[in-house]
Design a protein around this ligand. Structure first.
Ligand SMILES: Nc1ncnc2c1ncn2[C@@H]1O[C@H](COP(=O)(O)OP(=O)(O)O)[C@@H](O)[C@H]1O
Ligand SMILES: [Mg+2]
Length: 276
């Protein structure tokens, strides 16, 4: 077990300096629990991490290690039993438009609204924009994800990948301080998934947002993230923190990429098993 996060690739420590020096999100020693009538399930134990402006910070670990629970806590849906979460120095006490979540499920878009209405509606409600302003901003972000020509389509006419793009456009249009994504591409076929990873990186370079991204895929974490927090399960604990900014879509199959995959796999599974 690792008490403190370690940097896996110390030779890259300098280059891995956060994208900006501004600390946006501070998660400090949080314990998260679910209380059912029969028992208390401890989902995470003493998890800490910091996300800086412009980071693509990834929470990586096997199913059940508390990734979704952590993301829900950052979103403000779950209150930590101890520890604290703060955004821009303010303790998070509930949901807010400064943190928007994109989920894995394709049904996160109300089916009775068109694509444009789906993206514009939260802007009218939460940002109090007029219909014209909301539509204009919605179209702008639909263009960014390549779906402007589908503005008047209904969600059921779109593929899974297109629905996820709409969900991303809707989230980015809100201009959150941190975009939260919980395995957003996990239900897509492998080729579409790769394409979406590529598009997300392109969007990040273009729009410049801060991302907190959850995945159980080591390869996806290395491609999407600039920093990765490895979590081990039961309850979720920090196993290591590492830098991965050197990888992109082009890294697949390269030997250093494969070595990193193997090393993370070892940290997540073999050492844990040996240590138990
Ligand atoms: N609503 C819930 N009630 C009770 N236990 C839960 C609930 N949701 C998740 N858990 C438990 O909390 C732990 C972490 O779950 P979760 O955050 O969903 O993990 P991950 O997203 O990494 O797969 C697991 O042991 C899971 O069974
Ligand atoms: Mg999950």
């Amino acid at each position: 077990m690792v008490a403190n996060p370690t940097v896996l690739f110390p030779q890259q420590a300098e280059a891995a300096a956060p994208a900006t020096s501004e600390k946006l999100l501070a998660v400090e020693n949080i314990n998260l629990e679910y209380r059912t009538r029969e028992r208390i399930v401890r989902a995470t134990h003493d998890v800490s991490f910091d996300v800086y402006g412009g980071d693509r910070f990834v929470l990586l670990g096997p199913s059940g290690c508390g990734k979704s629970t952590l993301l829900k806590a950052v979103a403000g849906f779950i209150e930590p039993t101890s520890g604290s979460i703060s955004l821009d120095g303010q303790i998070v006490r509930g949901p807010g438009a400064d943190r928007i979540v994109v989920f894995q499920e394709f049904d996160q878009l109300p089916p009775w609204k068109t694509v444009l209405q789906n993206v514009a509606f939260p802007l009218r409600v939460a940002k109090k924009l007029s219909r014209a302003e909301a539509n204009e901003r919605a179209l702008h972000y639909l263009e960014k994800v390549g779906l402007a020509s589908f503005a008047n389509a209904y969600p059921h006419t779109l593929s899974g990948g297109m629905k996820q793009r709409v969900a991303i456009a809707r989230a980015l249009a809100m201009q959150p301080r941190v975009l939260l994504m919980d395995e957003p591409f996990a239900a897509l076929d492998a080729l579409t998934r790769r394409k979406m990873q590529e598009e997300l990186l392109r969007l990040w370079a273009e729009v410049k947002f801060t991302l907190l991204f959850v995945t159980h895929s080591i390869e996806e974490a290395l491609v999407v993230g600039n920093r990765i927090l490895l979590l081990s399960p039961h309850p979720g604990r920090v196993r290591a923190e590492l830098n991965s900014h050197q990888y992109s879509q082009d890294s697949f199959g390269r030997s250093d990429f494969q070595r990193s995959v193997a090393r993370i796999h070892h940290l997540l599974f073999e050492e844990t098993e040996a240590g138990q």
